[in-house]
Design a protein around this ligand. Structure first.
Ligand SMILES: Nc1ncnc2c1ncn2[C@@H]1O[C@H](COP(=O)(O)OP(=O)(O)O)[C@@H](O)[C@H]1O
Ligand SMILES: [Mg+2]
Length: 277
């Protein structure tokens, strides 16, 4: 497969301020208890507009905590977060959701199971608008929703009145991806969004992800357990270990990075930690 290299990044953006800046982040769970867990002591990450960052790392390395802090799901203990040059530390999770789209590992999280595809899309269309305003109006946009579903190639356009709970995991993740990118967002966050799918569906959802990212020129932060996805997709590759990026490559260096290189790095780290496999 052809490596995507830097096709995600338009040259004109290169000198701009970062889209996301996490600076000097500290996070400790259960401080001063026997269960104290220091996850970040001084975590720094900047993501440029248009970048597609793939993040890997062993269990407990801080990947989900990083996403949770960025989305406002949990507060950081110290440090600051900026999106598009504005500090967002005071914004609550639901406020950040207006400009940060997130697809979770669990397909039941991104969509509402008891509502139909059409109702889910109409609700998403209303994101950021006062409740009830325009709900009926947006239902009349069914034709447009159908046109958005068609290119997914999953036949969802013919099931718009089917409740989402009866769809397969792959179909739900595809819909979740579509829904969270329906309104303009600054940042797309993918939190192991293919991990609970069978191999074939995860390939489909990953290919679809790339298409959405490229079509909408999204800045994307994807955490994945799939080392091949991490290497094949994205413009920048990050490996986290104990809350610190131990690999951070982009451009030609990333293009030359292979799954074997990643495995070697995982082994190095594991041996350094005293658990040689
Ligand atoms: N809410 C929490 N309370 C206590 N400890 C937590 C909590 N969330 C995460 N941790 C701990 O923080 C560390 C990092 O977790 P996490 O960010 O979920 O790792 P990853 O997603 O890379 O597997 C782990 O040791 C985990 O047990
Ligand atoms: Mg995790």
């Amino acid at each position: 497969m052809e490596k995507p290299a830097d096709k995600y990044i338009a040259d004109k953006y290169i000198n701009e301020n970062p889209m996301v800046r996490m600076a000097g982040i500290h996070k400790t769970f259960n401080r001063d208890s026997v269960n104290e867990r220091i996850v970040f002591t001084d975590f720094n990450l900047s993501i440029r507009r248009g970048e597609f960052l793939s993040v890997v790392g062993s269990n407990g390395s801080g990947k989900t905590t990083m996403l949770n802090i960025l989305c406002g799901t949990i507060p950081q203990d110290g440090g600051a977060i900026e999106v598009s040059g504005a500090n967002i530390d005071r914004l609550k999770e639901f406020e950040r959701a207006k400009f940060i789209g997130r697809v979770f590992q669990d397909p039941s999280k991104g969509t509402c199971a008891s509502l139909t595809i059409l109702e889910n899309m109409a609700l998403a269309d209303n994101k950021g608008r006062p409740y009830l305003l325009g709900r009926g109006v947006n239902r009349s946009r069914a034709g447009e929703y159908r046109a958005m579903l068609e290119p997914l190639g999953l036949g969802l356009e013919n099931q718009m009145h089917v409740t989402v709970g009866s769809l397969s995991g792959g179909q739900r993740q595809a819909l979740a991806l579509l829904i969270c990118t329906m309104t303009p967002i600054d940042l797309l966050i993918l939190d192991e969004h293919t991990a609970s799918l069978d191999p074939r569906s995860s390939e489909t959802v990953m290919a679809l992800t790339e298409r959405v990212v490229l079509d909408k020129k999204l800045t994307t932060l994807m955490v994945t357990h799939n080392l091949r996805f991490a290497v094949d997709y994205g413009s920048r590759l990050l490996m986290l270990h104990q809350g610190v990026p131990v690999v951070d490559v982009s451009g030609a260096e990333r293009s030359a990075y292979s799954v074997d290189d990643l495995l070697r790095k995982f082994n190095e780290i594991s041996i350094a930690d005293g658990n040689g496999i």
